[in-house]
Design a protein around this ligand. Structure first.
Ligand SMILES: *Cc1c(COP(=O)(O)O)cnc(C)c1O
Length: 334
């Protein structure tokens, strides 16, 4: 029932496989599972950023150097940073504003979408964006890490590739880093594989095995965490120490703003016991973080924004801890 961890860097000559940088049976099993969830061919990578890098390179290859990239204003900071380092013109647009994205398409060589965005949790109309991009001949990538294939299948809506940080919900236990890119275009899949082989951004066999094991419980974990997140979002909306709640109606991320700016938010984060102050999301334990504590976070993210990654603990335990931290930390709304 369980796929083995194939820990071999090379294979006896004359068989189906040669050298371990070109392929591994444990990756194959993970890729088959993720590919079937997204409805495409999956290529796995050493991390989410390795997947982002491969997707950006594959989609821009052969495109004139003066063509730019359209990115989300509040996109994942490392992905936007990577794109800015290409030296191409970069335009930042809110992905929730379809008209603004469409207006930015002329002169673009790539539309990089994230939905929901991390950490402002804005939702893009992927179908409308992909349709407009196709009219302009602009390829579309969608980073659907926060949604997972269970809540958003961008390939069904016309995206050329979908990107996942498998580090988050797909693997789901905060114990590894991995990435994945899925596409329905055979030539693009080949380009992604060739990028991985040449750059060496390959996943480990053990990580692939763990990620596959995590993936088995994705629907159960996501349903439970989502149910808790939506209940917490409902309760937070009327909390006197919360000035704004962002919850896109799906998934298990909730972002809140508190009065008192950065200091108010830091005080709340420092006052929790059950919620762990830590970066990242998508694991079974609930985490919280003031995102602007990172100097690399996008300036579009408010100073007092706290991102909550809801895990699998009891909803009332999570609420009691958060409520107490909000009461102890942040001032009340004016
Ligand atoms: C975490 C994350 C990434 C990067 O994944 P790593 O595994 O940390 O490299 C990319 N995109 C989004 C939306 C993420 O949340």
């Amino acid at each position: 029932m369980a796929v083995p961890v194939v820990a071999s860097s090379t294979f006896a000559a004359g068989g189906e496989r040669g050298y371990g940088r070109y392929g591994n049976p444990t990756w194959d099993a993970f890729e088959q599972a993720v590919g079937s969830l997204d409805g495409g061919t999956c290529v796995s990578f050493a991390s989410g950023m390795a997947a982002v890098s491969a997707a950006v390179t594959a989609l821009l290859s052969g495109q004139p150097a003066d063509l730019g990239v359209v990115v989300p204003t509040d996109g994942y900071h490392a992905a936007v940073d990577l794109i800015e380092r290409l030296g191409r013109p970069v335009r930042s647009v809110s992905m929730a504003d379809t008209e603004a994205v469409v207006a930015a398409l002329p002169g673009a060589g790539l539309l990089w979408v994230e939905s929901p965005t991390n950490p402002l949790l804005e939702v893009a109309d992927v179908g409308a964006l992909a349709e407009a991009a196709q009219r302009h001949g602009v390829p579309v990538a969608v980073d659907a890490t926060a949604a997972t294939p269970l809540r958003l299948r961008p390939l069904d809506h016309g995206a050329d590739v979908v990107v996942h940080a498998a580090t988050k919900y797909l693997a789901g236990h905060s114990d590894l880093l991995m990435g994945a890119v899925c596409t329905r275009c055979g030539e693009l899949a080949e380009r992604l594989r060739s990028h991985r082989t040449t750059h060496g951004a390959i996943p480990g066999a053990f990580e692939s095995w763990l990620a596959l094991r995590g993936l088995r419980t994705l629907p159960v974990r996501l349903d439970r965490a989502e149910e808790t997140a939506s209940e917490l979002a409902r309760r937070l909306a009327s909390h006197r120490s919360v000035s704004r709640v962002r919850y896109p109606g799906m998934g298990a991320l909730v972002s809140i703003e508190v009065p008192g700016g950065a200091a108010g938010a830091e005080a709340v984060v420092a006052a929790t016991n059950l919620w762990v102050p830590a970066t990242s999301f998508g694991g079974v334990e609930s985490l919280l973080e003031r995102r602007r504590r990172w100097p690399t976070e996008r300036p579009a993210v408010p100073e007092s924004l706290i991102r909550l990654s809801v895990g699998l603990e009891d909803v009332d335990d999570l609420w009691a801890d958060l409520d107490a931290a909000l009461e102890a930390g942040a001032p009340t709304r004016a």
